[in-house]
Design a protein around this ligand. Sequence first.
Ligand SMILES: NC(=O)c1ccc[n+]([C@@H]2O[C@H](COP(=O)([O-])OP(=O)(O)OC[C@H]3O[C@@H](n4cnc5c(N)ncnc54)[C@H](OP(=O)(O)O)[C@@H]3O)[C@@H](O)[C@H]2O)c1
Length: 324
Amino acid sequence: MTKAVRVHKVGGPDVLIYEDVDVHAPGQGEVRIRQHAIGLNFIDTYYRTGLYKAPGFPFIIGNEASGEVVSVGPGVTNFHPGDRVAYYANLGGYASERNIAADKLVKLPDHITHEQAAVLMLKGLTVFYLLHKTFRVEPGHRILIHAAAGGIGLLACQWAKALGANVIGTVGSKAKADLALANGCDHVILYNEEDFPARVKQISRGELCDVVYDGVGKDTFPGSLSCLKPRGLFVSFGNASGPVPPFPLSELNNHGSLFATRPKLNDYVGKRSELIEGADALFAAVINGTLHVPINHAYALKDAARAHTDLESRVTTGSSILKP
Ligand SMILES: NC(=O)c1ccc[n+]([C@@H]2O[C@H](COP(=O)([O-])OP(=O)(O)OC[C@H]3O[C@@H](n4cnc5c(N)ncnc54)[C@H](OP(=O)(O)O)[C@@H]3O)[C@@H](O)[C@H]2O)c1
């Protein structure tokens, strides 16, 4: 038996049930891990509410974590009991112990803590591919990052700044603005109070942005398109306020021959070689000081409902973890 947070029906945070579950011995190609820290993600709320579909009920929610190998199943030769490991995966994360396919795991360098790894595997890898693959950020690029003080936001602002970009962030409060400025933003816009496209135009002296990274979705659309220079790239990577509504392609034409993409992590680091490339880049960025991992909130796993409430109420900043 182990403890896990399961969803038996979709709904609000109260559908997160902390309970005993059986974990079988690891099967072919699987590893059993005792988890030390679990990353809290906005994506977890999508599975809880049913915006993203789980394959069946009940399911264990959660998509990234870090821990220690307890035992390995047949055919696993590259992991051993005691190894420190971390992963991102579709579901199964909110648990004290779990089995997982060995090819999902990466080993942690000595200088990376479980807490850091638990928020780097989904959020960090996402920032890695957004800044290095979806659009290759280079010195001199002007970029807009929405929800700049969030989990993805603070990591993205830091890394984009280190890559030489001019970083504009949007945030929901003055306190978040201070945090974003301390984490790489050159300019911050309070998008609940200010007309953010007008402010971007003003800040950039009319030149606008090369790329907009938009994880907010419904509430920042179509304003995000107005922040892009001709042939700029609209990266819609999330739905914190709800999904972007369907729109005619002619909108991209109207705003200046724009490009648009709706990326997801698995399509960028789904191959083992890509996963290792991304994890190596992330761990190196933390170890060499490019990235500081702001873990601003910690909850007991049994308090997952409170963590979801805080995340959805926009109370959290940076990354949050659950402790089994
Ligand atoms: N496509 C991918 O591969 C991928 C992977 C990981 C995450 N994501 C996406 O990245 C985004 C950020 O994820 P995260 O886990 O780091 O979350 P987060 O940014 O820590 O939290 C979401 C933030 O969005 C802002 N927000 C704006 N409107 C909101 C609303 N109506 N309700 C709640 N929050 C609202 C809030 O910041 P303010 O108060 O400052 O507005 C809030 O703090 C999410 O959309 C997530 O789905 C995408």
